[in-house]
Design a protein around this ligand. Structure first.
Ligand SMILES: [Zn+2]
Length: 173
């Protein structure tokens, strides 16, 4: 699980289908602005740097969400908007609450690659996983997605690399 800031990528998300967006060339053929904060990211454990980072806290993630929940196939991904909890709170990701950085969960979606290049969006030590779950959070300081997309701290995406179980090793319920 890792955290990716991606205001530029989200800003361009709605136009991807016009370009036949895919990961066949791992982003080398994309025509998007930005560059320093653009996906996909190759994470190399040999390049990791140890440092103290603000604590991440998941708030209201363990609460029941309001019904009905709906999953949408929008032609690019499978997506689910994340509603409030039954208590009227939004599940959130807090990054060091002493600074008040609260990111509210908006939606989750999946990445599984294309026909030519299957797998996760990002890779770890050159290895692509079978898929990737993204939980998109918007900085609560910004009222709209458009406003948030103009700021480098507008969004926080929690990414979970997924691996399918090996055949014959599925756990019995
Ligand atoms: Zn994503």
């Amino acid at each position: 699980m890792f955290l990716v800031g991606r205001s530029v990528a989200l800003a361009s998300f709605g136009t991807r289908s016009h370009f036949g967006f895919n990961y066949d060339k791992q982003g080398r053929d994309w025509t998007v602005e930005g560059g320093q904060r653009q996906s996909p990211i190759a994470l190399w454990s040999c390049n990791t740097v140890s440092c103290n980072v603000p604590k991440l806290e998941l708030v209201n993630y363990n609460k029941r969400l309001c019904d009905p929940l709906s999953v949408i196939n929008n032609g690019l991904t499978v997506l689910m908007r994340i509603p409030n909890t039954v208590e009227g709170k939004q599940p959130s990701l807090c990054i060091s609450s002493e600074f008040g950085h609260v990111f509210e969960a908006q939606q989750l979606h999946f990445h599984w690659g294309s026909e030519l290049f299957k797998g996760s969006e990002h890779n770890l030590d050159g290895r692509f996983y079978d898929g990737e779950l993204h939980i998109v959070h918007k900085n609560a300081s910004f009222k709209t997605n458009q406003e948030a997309a103009l700021n480098c701290n507008g969004f926080a995406v929690l990414a979970v690399l997924l691996r399918t179980p090996e055949v014959g090793k599925c756990r019995q319920l």
